[in-house]
Design a protein around this ligand. Structure first.
Ligand code: LRH
Length: 455
């Protein structure tokens, strides 16, 4: 994405889009980060032709996953967080440090894929490595030669203290070598400049800085939400639905731990107090299964409008159930959850889709309510950003179930948050997150969904 940014301008231009998904290597689920890097270089090459005076480059991606390196060489394609190996990592880590204590130290919701559990599952592979870099940091390293760890994404490793420092004592109790981890940098820091051979390859200047942004995609998305009140909740909805509040300080109470709420690091030292809900993954994985079974592609917008036309009650399942995490036959797993709760399994794809969207909306509304209770705040509006903001059925059902207005958009909040932090770092903008968000609100008008009364 190219961002065109100034005090009165905020515009995105799509330069190149490439697919990304799990690849199976030796029976494990991985990412082809080397393939992603090739695509990044191709995208930068195209960007150079469209914006010869590019001011900065910023990288964000999904959280928690990392590449292991030795002597600067990648030891293998990074594991995908949905790989089943994390189970043994959880057992190994909790044997050393119980979850209650981990929560007090890092404030993170239990998710079996948090990086610390992945490190615990790496075993011997970790002994061969001298460096571990999260995905955006790995790409930044390849572009600049500089090894850093951006702080918002580092917060998802579980290895930071709630004050945002590397937790040396915790690493030592978990048996993780401290030397694996590169120095922390905050969003807005210059990581380095493009290596000369890459400048030549892409046609960009070797003076272009690579600037740290909220390199955790959700951290960038939260920057890009046009929140204009302190009483707003947000849902960053793509593969995942990240549902919560922006706070100034973490909530580390027993109630918060029991509700499995996370305190992730945000840009400008803010706290992202949120819960991971399974998100559109449930729908995309169901569609993939139906397409595989029938051999014909599914028209998703048509399916969603059929789902919107379904009348009468549809069954609702727990969208947070951990059995829905791994790739596979999602409709069969959902059917199992419905049978377990003595509900009938929908017969048509339209009804099934409606059941998925209702269940997501139910989980979203519940998470908003829980977040506000745990943080002791009142919520008067919910923002939905990301791909889910285009799903009008999901937005309306969330408004209905939460009994609150929903403001939908922008769809590209993550890219917007990314470029805003860069623009501020290189002096094209100034101000706090509120003033950056005012620019978002002025540039991308959200679509409003009023709650419908349930009679
Ligand atoms: C969303 C996301 C989310 C993480 C998950 C691994 O893309 O970064 O915030 O929990 O992926």
């Amino acid at each position: 994405m190219l961002g065109h940014v100034g005090p009165n301008e905020l515009r995105l231009e799509l330069v190149s889009r490439f697919p990304n998904g799990p690849v199976e290597i030796d029976g494990g689920l991985h990412w082809s980060v080397t393939g992603l890097y090739e695509s990044v270089l191709a995208g930068l090459t195209e960007a150079a032709t469209r914006a010869p005076n590019l001011a900065s480059i910023g990288i964000d991606s999904w959280a928690v996953d990392y590449g292991l390196l030795s002597g600067g060489e990648l030891l293998g394609e990074p594991f995908h967080y949905r790989d089943g190996r994390t189970e043994r990592g959880v057992a190994a880590a909790h044997a050393k440090v119980p979850f209650e204590e981990l929560y007090a130290q890092n404030g993170l919701q239990f998710l079996a894929f948090n990086s610390l559990y992945q490190f615990a599952a790496d075993g011997d592979e970790l002994n061969r490595a001298d460096s571990a870099l999260l995905i955006p940091d790995l790409l930044a390293y390849w572009l600049t030669g500089a090894r850093v760890t951006e702080s918002t994404n580092a917060s998802t490793t579980g290895l930071l203290t709630v004050n945002g420092e590397w937790n040396d004592a915790l690493m030592s109790r978990l048996g993780l070598p401290r030397a694996l981890f590169a120095p922390l940098v905050s969003p807005g820091t210059t990581i380095g400049t493009l290596l000369p051979p890459l400048a030549e390859l892409t046609g960009l200047s070797s003076r272009v800085p690579v600037t740290a942004v909220g390199s955790h995609d959700t951290a960038s998305a939260v920057v890009g939400i046009p929140m204009t009140t302190g009483n707003a909740a947000y849902i960053s909805c793509g593969t995942w639905g990240l549902v919560g509040l922006e706070l100034d300080a973490p909530v580390l109470t027993n109630a918060s731990r029991e509700a499995n709420f996370t305190n992730e690091g945000g840009v400008d030292g803010r706290v992202r107090f949120l819960h991971n809900v399974m998100g559109l993954w449930l729908l995309s994985e169901s569609v993939r299964t139906w397409e595989r079974e029938s051999g014909t592609p599914i028209d998703l917008p048509a399916l969603l409008s059929q789902a919107a036309a379904v009348t009468g009650p549809v069954p609702v399942f727990d969208a947070n159930d951990a059995r829905l995490m791994a790739p596979g036959d999602m409709p069969a797993r959902i059917a199992e959850l419905l049978r377990e709760t003595n509900q009938s399994v929908p017969l048509s794809q339209a009804e099934f889709t409606r059941s998925i969207v209702e269940s997501l909306a139910d989980a979203f509304a519940h998470a908003v309510e829980t977040a506000s209770r745990l943080a002791g705040t009142t919520v008067s509006v919910i923002h939905i950003v990301g791909g889910g903001s285009l799903n009008t059925l999901l937005c309306q059902l969330t408004a209905d179930r939460a009994e609150l207005p929903v403001l939908a958009g922008p769809v590209e909040a993550t890219a917007i948050g990314n470029v805003l932090v860069q623009a501020r770092a290189v002096g094209l903008l100034d101000g706090d997150l509120e003033s950056l968000r005012a620019l978002v609100a002025a540039s991308f008008e959200p679509v409003r969904f009023e709650p419908r009364s349930r009679s």
